[in-house]
Ligand binder design. Structure first.
Ligand code: SF4
Length: 189
């Protein structure tokens, strides 16, 4: 699959317009806390690789945040390896694949973790608040929450996508990177 590279300077705007809720949440936590635990680093890091962020830009992105929290020396020592590792540049040089919805929904995040699927792992109040910031309200909010109550998390995400983009998504959402590329197709024809 061909992926257009994305540039670091566009990443905040892209996060706001085209990241699914699971990745928006990780992205916002990272920007605010300058830190993410391992599960979050993996989930967001592999997603960003999938959307076409090059290794050098990925390193710059994680370094800019983490060095505010742990210092740049510790970033290079403890965290840069994982970023390179995700791109298959360290260890067994496996080219790690971004996680699917099914995998993300199956996680069991602990307190302080931000990975996982918000439709599955957030409290109802937190989910409603997060959806509001994406511009979901009224009837669309009711429909999304209805799917969540019936444990149809990917359908809830699909309805969110449709409400935000004012466009139907017949295939349904099954992968965060699919959410992203379908969003880009609609928003940058
Ligand atoms: Fe992310 Fe998939 Fe959950 Fe949507 S359904 S928030 S893309 S894990």
């Amino acid at each position: 699959r061909e992926i257009a590279d994305i540039s670091l300077k566009d990443i905040d705007q892209l996060a706001n317009s085209s990241f699914p809720l699971c990745m928006r949440h990780l992205f916002n936590r990272l920007r605010e806390d300058h830190h993410l635990k391992h599960g979050g680093r993996m989930q967001l890091g592999l997603f960003l690789k999938g959307v076409g962020l090059r290794l050098e830009d990925a390193l710059a992105f994680w370094r800019a945040e983490f060095s505010q929290k742990v210092g740049s020396e510790r970033f290079e020592k403890e965290y840069a390896y994982t970023v390179r590792h995700n791109y298959g540049k360290e260890g067994k040089r496996t080219d790690y694949t971004p996680y699917s919805c099914q995998k993300i929904i199956s996680f069991t995040p602990s307190v302080g973790d931000h990975h996982g699927c918000p439709y599955r792992h957030f409290s109802e109040d937190n989910l409603r608040a997060a959806l509001s910031t994406m511009g979901i309200g009224g009837r669309a909010m009711d429909d999304v929450m209805d799917k969540v109550r019936n444990h149809h998390y990917q359908l809830a995400c699909t309805l969110t996508f449709e409400a935000i983009h004012s466009s139907s998504c017949d295939t349904g959402i099954n992968h965060p990177n699919q959410y992203f590329s379908q969003s880009r197709k609609l928003l940058s024809p």
